[in-house]
Design a protein around this ligand. Structure first.
Ligand code: PGA
Length: 262
């Protein structure tokens, strides 16, 4: 059985003060659920680069905070050197980063990241012992043209091609672009169909595709999480807006820990 993983993607939001309040509320909520013997799942928060140290220091201060991992929102495709503004996988490792989102649609769109850039970033993350969360997803136009599977498989195949059997160490996030930040969520069955196709693609490339966690992202919230997370190939969520509100994020975590009961 794959253990579910809930990842908060803070995007370019937060401040020292707001982050502290959010971290306290999330850590308290996870700690209280654990103390009450409630089922658990893996949790991570992906903070903007300048705040990684804050999350790490918070973890050092608060034992309960060890119940979630630190994530980054990107990683450089280069190892080191003259790449102004880039942050390397080794630097992220220095700050205790366990996960890095790679190829988010906002980066593909605004920073013109290609499938090859994404595949290279995956390689760097894996080499540093960081689990890349590889985002794939189709636009509304692509979905309407019936190209969903073609698009997501093309995005994932670049990663498989460059990384070979190591892709058993990645996580994937299926994030339909039309669902991100729009309040429009994929129907659970719609998402499940894409997740199953991605798992089949991984299965053709590696032995243990059943171990790879495939998250859903795109307006997942406290109300719709349980139904999505009950799908057989949906192994967690990549959460944007709802990760900024502790009560909502905690409800999603509870739904992931026990999808059928939520
Ligand atoms: P959203 O964002 O939950 O606000 O739709 C998800 C994401 O972009 O990772």
């Amino acid at each position: 059985m794959r253990r579910k993983l809930v990842v908060g993607n803070w995007k370019m939001n937060g401040s020292l003060q707001d982050n502290e309040a959010l971290l306290v509320a999330v850590a308290d909520g996870i700690g209280a659920a654990a103390a009450a013997g409630k089922p658990a799942c893996d949790v991570a928060v992906c903070a903007p680069f300048p705040y990684l140290a804050q999350v790490r220091d918070f973890q050092a201060r608060r034992a309960a905070a060890a119940l979630f991992d630190i994530g980054a929102q990107d990683v450089s495709q280069h190892e080191n050197g003259a790449f102004t503004g880039d942050v390397s996988a080794a630097m992220l490792r220095d700050f205790g980063v366990r996960y890095a989102i790679v190829g988010h649609s906002e980066r593909r769109q605004h920073q013109a990241e290609s499938d090859v850039n994404v595949a290279l970033k995956v390689k760097r993350a894996l080499a540093a012992g960081i689990t890349p969360i590889v985002c794939v997803g189709e636009s509304l136009r692509e979905r309407e043209a019936g190209m969903t599977e073609f698009i997501v498989k093309r995005q994932l195949s670049a990663v498989i091609h460059l990384n070979g059997p190591c892709v058993s160490e990645i996580a994937v996030a299926y994030e339909p672009v039309w669902a991100i930040g729009t309040g429009q969520t994929a129907m659970p069955q719609q998402a499940q169909a894409v997740h199953a196709a991605l798992r089949a693609q991984l299965g053709a490339a590696i032995d243990r595709a059943d171990r790879v966690r495939i998250l859903y992202g795109g307006s997942m919230n406290a109300a719709n999480a349980a139904e999505l997370l009950a799908q057989p190939d949906i192994d967690g969520g990549l959460i944007g807006g709802a990760a900024l509100k502790a009560p909502d994020f905690l409800k999603i975590i509870a739904a992931a820990a026990c999808p059928k009961a939520a």
